[in-house]
Design a protein around this ligand. Structure first.
Ligand code: SAM
Length: 264
C-alpha cells in the first residue's frame, strides 16, 4: 500500500519517462503561449518581492514559462532544470526570445551541491517531485534573501488515472501526486506559515497527440508490459479518451514566505 512517505517517490517514478517529460514540456509550452505570462499571479508575486538586484532562482524552470517573462521584465534568472529533454525546450525559449544575457541555464536537480543565491527563490509545480519536501524548502530558504515562492496543485492532475488505477490494481493504492493538503502541514510543522493565494486556471493534459496521451496513461497505470491490460485500456480509451483529454478548471496555490535566513 502507498504511504504518505513514499508518496512523492511513487509519483516521481511514473513521471520520469522521456515520453512523460515530452508530454509535460509540450503542455507547459502551450500553456506559456495561452496568455500574457507577465500577468500570471506567479510572475506578479515574484515581481512584488524583488530587491534592487532583481535576481531570481527558478527551480525546475521547465520550458521557461516563468523564467522568460521575468527576464523580459529585467530580472536576472538562474534557471535550474535537471531534465535534458526539458532543457532543450528551455534553451530554445531563451534563444528565440534573445534572453541568454539574462537567463543562466543550470543542469542540476534541487537541492544542489553548488550554492546559488538570489533575492527570490521560485519553484513552480516542482516540489511534488521531491522525495523530501522539507529539505527542498530549507534549501530554498538558504538561497533566497527576500522571498521563497512555491506553486503547488490544490487539485491533483490526472485524477481520473487514480480512479482507473483500481480497475487494473484492485489491491494497491494509486501513486498520488502530493498536493497542497499534503505539503502545507509539512511546512507548518517546520514553522513556515506561508501566505496562500489560490488561483483557478483551465488546466489539463492539453494533448494534441492522442497516441502519446494513451502511452502516458498506460505508463502512469504501470501496465505497459501487460498486453491484456493494454487492450482493456484501449476499449476504455475509445469510450472516455475525449473527456480525459479535455482541459478542466484546476486550482493552484501560490505559497509565499520570508525565508528564515532573511530575518537573521
Ligand atoms: C511541471 S514542470 C514545471 C516547470 C515550470 N516551473 C513551470 O511551472 O512552467 C516540473 C519541472 O520540474 C523539474 N524537476 C523535477 N524534479 C526536480 C528537482 N529535484 N529539481 C529541479 N527541478 C526538478 C522537471 O524536470 C520539470 O521540468
Amino acid at each position: 500500500m502507498g504511504t504518505k512517505d513514499n508518496q512523492g517517490k511513487a509519483w516521481d517514478s511514473v513521471t520520469r519517462s522521456p515520453e512523460a517529460m515530452k508530454m509535460m514540456a509540450e503542455g507547459l509550452r502551450r500553456s506559456s503561449l495561452e496568455g500574457d505570462m507577465t500577468q500570471s499571479p506567479i510572475v506578479q508575486e515574484v515581481m512584488r518581492n524583488l530587491g534592487p538586484q532583481r535576481t531570481v532562482l527558478d527551480i525546475g524552470a521547465g520550458v521557461g514559462r516563468f523564467a522568460a517573462p521575468l527576464a523580459e521584465a529585467g530580472c536576472r534568472v538562474i534557471a535550474l532544470e535537471p531534465s535534458l529533454e526539458m532543457q532543450g525546450y528551455l534553451q530554445r525559449t531563451v534563444d528565440s526570445r534573445q534572453l541568454s544575457d539574462r537567463v543562466r541555464i543550470v543542469h542540476e536537480a534541487w537541492p544542489t551541491k553548488s550554492e546559488y543565491q538570489a533575492e527570490v527563490a521560485l519553484a513552480a509545480f516542482v516540489i511534488q517531485f521531491s522525495e523530501d519536501p522539507v529539505q527542498f524548502v530549507r534549501a530554498m530558504e538558504q538561497s533566497a534573501s527576500i522571498r521563497c515562492i512555491l506553486g503547488v496543485h490544490v487539485d491533483p492532475m490526472f485524477n481520473f488515472a487514480s480512479d482507473l488505477w483500481a480497475a487494473f490494481h484492485p489491491n494497491q493504492d494509486p501513486p498520488r501526486m502530493p498536493i497542497l493538503a499534503d505539503l502545507y502541514p509539512k511546512l507548518l510543522a517546520q514553522g513556515i506559515a506561508a501566505n496562500v493565494e489560490i488561483v483557478t486556471e483551465q488546466h489539463g493534459p492539453r494533448l494534441s497527440d492522442k497516441g502519446t496521451a494513451f502511452n502516458i496513461l498506460a505508463n502512469r497505470l504501470q501496465i505497459t508490459d501487460d498486453e491484456t491490460s493494454l487492450q482493456r485500456l484501449r476499449i476504455m480509451w475509445q469510450a472516455h479518451g475525449e473527456v480525459w483529454m479535455k482541459p478542466r478548471p484546476m486550482r493552484t496555490a501560490i505559497l509565499s514566505w520570508k525565508p528564515d535566513s532573511a530575518s537573521k
